[in-house]
Design a protein around this ligand. Structure first.
Ligand code: MN
Length: 434
């Protein structure tokens, strides 16, 4: 028997012109979607993903059902984007956690595509469960960047996987055994870009009510800059698996019973295995390690055999398909992106990727006439490295929002402020602010 209690909050932030984040919060399914795409694209993508995920999961409320639901959500967004030229290229991140019953045991299934995140907070420790599908994260994995460098890298928002941008999507899946006292946090990057782990943990440890904790996290991210939409879901495990529902009876022995023999899909794809280690409760970790090692060996061997057949029969076709897909992906990736940066003290909008991408180089779209003294000084360093937007309209409204913020700050300095964002209980503790 597992009992959950949840709360959520979402906010447009201080500089974006629309909120393209979305929350799913039902009794057993919780998700965050962070949409992207010009004009209405991001909002449509996030909404389609959220509704089709919920509908499909309710039809098959199992772990396999959750993975199927992600595939259906991908299909819904992808097909819709083909029907409407204004929505072409839209997509969304999706991080979802669901309480399911597998072979009579309550488990949490966690899936992820993109750079929204899931964390587990337990006994004061905050652990990130998901792996970002971003260029910066890939560079960390290959050793080109440290985690600290990745957190401020200008390419940290470039996704290597998103929902709805192609006919198929790969999602990572983790299994977690819920324990009393577990607190799960799902959030869009608007939270983690503004707050470091210590600041997030401070709120999670000091505020018991999940809805209030979600609200305070969102407010703290606004206070720290609010440069993106901010969305948070907090899910508390009130009663965990194998625990007596009320005090009295002695705790049922846990730990020996194995988790259901379902191979994590992330493992099949060769990444995310380390992350799945951290998602499993410590008690079962050691007993599972041996079996997992054996499984991994088997999988490697199976993969080897498969590769040989594929290579001998389909090599040319596969290479051609990969090259074509790569070419269109790069072109899509480049023409659907804009960024704002500083040139001779003026804010300039470019089309393309910061620093160029493969054979594409950024093209000037417009010089805005807005100078570095018209915008808050705190945004200058990120502007100098370039701030990405998915449309010209988005880039323009980003610039005009910065000007508005600067004007409000200037007028607020003259008179006693009535519009200052609410302060929170969050304080920076031992870690220096990121
Ligand atoms: Mn975002």
């Amino acid at each position: 028997m597992t009992l959950l209690r949840s709360g959520s909050a979402s906010d447009i932030g201080l500089v974006r012109s629309s909120n393209q984040d979305l929350v799913v919060e039902t009794a057993t399914l919780f998700a965050v979607a962070d949409g992207m795409g010009g004009h209405a694209g991001g909002e449509v993508a996030a909404r389609l993903a959220a509704t089709s995920l919920t509908t499909a999961f309710n039809r098959h409320p199992t772990g396999a059902g959750l993975t199927e639901a992600v595939a259906e959500a991908n299909q819904a967004v992808w097909e819709h984007s083909l029907e409407d030229p204004d929505l072409r290229g839209m997509g969304t991140t999706l991080t979802a956690i669901a309480l399911v019953n597998e072979d009579g045991r309550d488990l949490l299934a966690l899936v992820n595509v993109g750079d929204s995140r899931a964390y587990r907070f337990h006994d004061g420790g905050l652990v990130q469960l998901t792996t970002d599908h971003s260029l910066a994260e890939e560079m960390v994995r290959t050793g080109e960047l440290s985690a600290a460098e990745a957190a401020v890298h200008p390419h940290r928002h470039i996704l290597t996987r998103a929902l709805g941008v192609s006919a198929e999507v790969m999602s990572d899946l983790w299994w977690i055994r819920p324990e009393r006292g577990d607190r799960f946090l799902l959030c869009s990057d608007g939270l983690t870009n503004e707050l470091d782990d210590a600041q997030v943990a401070e709120v999670l440890s000091s505020v018991a009510d999940p809805a209030r904790a979600a609200e305070l996290l969102v407010q703290a991210a606004r206070t720290h800059g609010g440069s993106d939409n901010i969305t948070v879901v907090v899910v508390d495990v009130l009663v965990g698996e194998d625990e007596p529902e009320e005090g009295g009876a002695a705790a049922v022995a846990a730990g020996d019973a194995p988790l259901p023999a379902i191979a994590p899909s992330a493992g099949d794809r060769g990444d995310g295995e380390d992350a799945s280690d951290s998602a499993v409760t410590p008690e079962v970790q050691s007993s599972r390690r041996e079996r997992r090692r054996a499984k991994r060996r088997q999988r490697r061997m199976a993969r080897g055999r498969r590769l040989v057949t594929v290579r001998t029969v389909l090599f040319a076709a596969v290479v051609a398909a990969v090259l074509a897909a790569g070419f269109y992906a790069v072109r899509w990736y480049d023409t659907n992106s804009f960024f704002v940066t500083v040139d001779h003290n003026e804010l300039v909008i470019y089309q393309g990727r910061i620093g160029g991408f493969l054979w594409y180089h950024p093209v000037t779209v417009e010089r805005t006439g807005v100078t570095t003294s018209d915008v808050p000084a705190t945004y200058l360093s990120s502007l100098r490295s370039g701030v990405e937007e998915t449309s010209v309209a988005g880039a323009r409204s980003y610039v005009s929002n910065l000007v508005t913020v600067e004007q409000q700050q200037n007028s607020a300095q003259g008179a006693p402020s009535t519009t200052a964002p609410p302060t929170t209980t969050t304080t920076t503790t031992t870690k220096a602010g990121g």
